[in-house]
Design a protein around this ligand. Structure first.
Ligand code: GLN
Length: 323
């Protein structure tokens, strides 16, 4: 029965979180955005929400953190909804780079003739420039509304985090100038970067990530009301991008060892999407679920070190890989 199942799933997840919490020591919190350096390096938390309503959460689950690069999936979705899929894809490609998320290399080489994908900074900044609206707040409104539909409340921008990145992020300014020079941007550079820094500083929790993941798992439809929140084709493309480019230059390993679409951020969050596979009473999550993870200690690629280990373990134990 469901109660018994939930109880043992909970016990397993609790023990795994305790175990992998100790393994965060090999990682370090991001410091290039000063405010991120304040995070607690051995924090680890997870929330898993199933299509059938099962919720398992463990570890640090109440804490808010900034969404950072996870926002890139969402602004891509919003831009496609506003401007049409074909138009967005004419401006940003869908190929993994194999380079760091903030690499400038391909922009300089002008190959291909548009940014590689919307989940690296060059592509994401281009996408932010495409959002409708004149000011950064207008540009972000549709994103906030989309988030509200998925998580049930209106999320806010952490102003300190926004200012902290705005005042220090020279690399992103450099990327911005390359994009400007290449004629990729559709709005003023200053406003585009302001939009990008603000979207990165939106605060969420692991539960929120799990809810977003569940909507994506359900092909863009609200799991409770069946209302369309994201058109199916856009949701599918977003997941393909997450699988191929979502974990920076560790996306191949993540696909191989975990095997589900995911997107990470430098504050230590990971959004993972488990698409439905089979109906299974014992493993409700095989019917589809969203997973949110938080663990601010990062590996060399900038992914949550405890988060990846935890996801890998869960995916193996519960056979979640798509493959
Ligand atoms: N705002 C961050 C940046 O552009 C997001 C990066 C990330 O999470 N990888 O540097």
């Amino acid at each position: 029965n469901t109660e018994v199942t939930e109880k043992w799933l909970q016990e397993y997840v609790d023990s795994w979180v305790q175990f992998f919490k100790k393994q965060t020591v090999d990682g370090e919190v991001a410091t290039y955005i000063p405010i991120l350096a304040e995070a607690n390096a051995d924090a680890l938390g997870i929330s898993i929400i199933g299509r059938n309503g099962t919720i398992i959460k463990s570890g640090i689950t109440e804490e808010k953190f900034t969404i950072q690069s996870i926002s890139k999936v969402l602004t891509f979705i919003v831009a496609c909804m506003e401007r049409g899929l074909a138009y967005v894809l004419s401006r940003v490609d869908v190929e993994p780079t194999g380079e760091a998320f903030n690499s400038i290399m391909h922009l300089e080489m002008k190959r291909p003739n548009k940014p590689f994908n919307p989940l690296v900074n060059s592509g994401a900044i281009t996408v932010s420039s495409m959002l409708e609206g004149r000011t950064s707040d207008q540009k972000l409104e549709a994103l906030i509304v989309l988030l509200e539909k998925m998580i049930g409340y209106r999320p806010e921008v952490n102003v300190r985090a926004y200012e902290s990145e705005r005042d220090t992020s020279m690399k992103n300014r450099a990327i911005g100038y390359y994009l400007l020079e290449g004629d990729y941007l559709e709005s003023d550079l200053g406003i585009t970067l302001e939009t990008y820094f603000k979207q990165s500083a939106i605060e969420i929790t692991v539960d929120d990530l799990a809810r977003i993941g569940l909507v994506l798992s359900n092909d863009g439809f609200d799991p409770n009301t069946n209302e369309e929140i994201i058109p199916r084709a856009i949701s599918r493309l977003a997941k393909a991008l997450m699988l191929t480019c979502g974990m920076y230059d560790a996306s191949g390993k993540f696909a191989a060892y975990v095997g589900v679409p995911a997107k990470s951020g430098v504050s230590g969050g990971i959004l993972a999407v488990v698409p439905p596979r089979v109906r299974d009473e014992e493993f409700p999550f095989l019917e589809g679920c969203g997973i949110g993870v938080y663990g601010p200690a990062l590996d060399n690629q900038g992914n949550s070190i405890g988060g990846i280990k935890l996801l890998r373990h869960i995916a193996n134990q519960w056979d979640l890989s798509l493959f």
